[in-house]
Design a protein around this ligand. Sequence first.
Ligand SMILES: N[C@@H](CCC(=O)N[C@@H](CS)C(=O)NCC(=O)O)C(=O)O
Length: 262
Amino acid sequence: MSVIVYEHPLSPYAQKIKIALDEKGVPYETRMPQAIGSGHPDNEFLKANPRGEVPALIDGEVAIFDSTIILEYIEDKWPEPFLLPRDPAQRARERMIEEVMDSTFEPINWGLGELRWFKRAEGERARVIEARAMAQAGGLYEWLARQLGEQEWFGGFRFGWADICVVPFLNGAVGNGIGPADDSPLRAWLARANERRSVQKAAKAAADSITGMQMVDQAVKSGLFKREYRDHRLEWMIRSGGLDVVLEGMKAGNIRFSNELS
Ligand SMILES: N[C@@H](CCC(=O)N[C@@H](CS)C(=O)NCC(=O)O)C(=O)O
């Protein structure tokens, strides 16, 4: 039986998993949980991930959630071709890049989505938050450029772990109009990464699914969607000038926090 990946094509966390599996040539099928985003996704999916977040991976009897832990499982179970080098310092460095992308870069794209797709703020209020997002992305590009240095890939001479963990977020940023400067080494790295079949496949699925995003603000307003303001996303919104967005969402009942496990 092939591996199952619960996902949404626009989820950068899920893209990490699909790219890694494709790089390793592991066959998998994708499933989009029913009613993902409503706060009440289907029970079958909740069995795989009680947090109700994509990605989740099913490999026979094994069910795993959280993209970092799934990536580690993939590397352990299908070691060839390896994504992480052997050197402990290099491994730590690539994992730090993953952590920064997952928790510091991700909320920038997510926050812009809350404004632009879900229309949480408009006019001047939105402009203030967008300006913060742009400045934060600029700072992170400087940090990433230092990590890349003169290398072809973040891990050196071959496409690997950190590249997989950066590319979905930078493609998302380009889509949001806040990508790295066209003439920067980081942009050149992104172009190289986007030549890989694994990355193209995930990026195409994301682009194709954007058409389904029209009118999602209506789905939020009608109570069909209850967006998850968790961890760093919640902090980001407050830190970046969107405290009102959080309070209004709580009042309207169209945001939620993380699931409590039992
Ligand atoms: N730490 C988790 C985060 C996963 C996550 O936040 N996934 C989002 C999509 S990008 C999700 O499924 N949210 C559930 C919802 O919006 O209802 C991971 O790395 O896998």
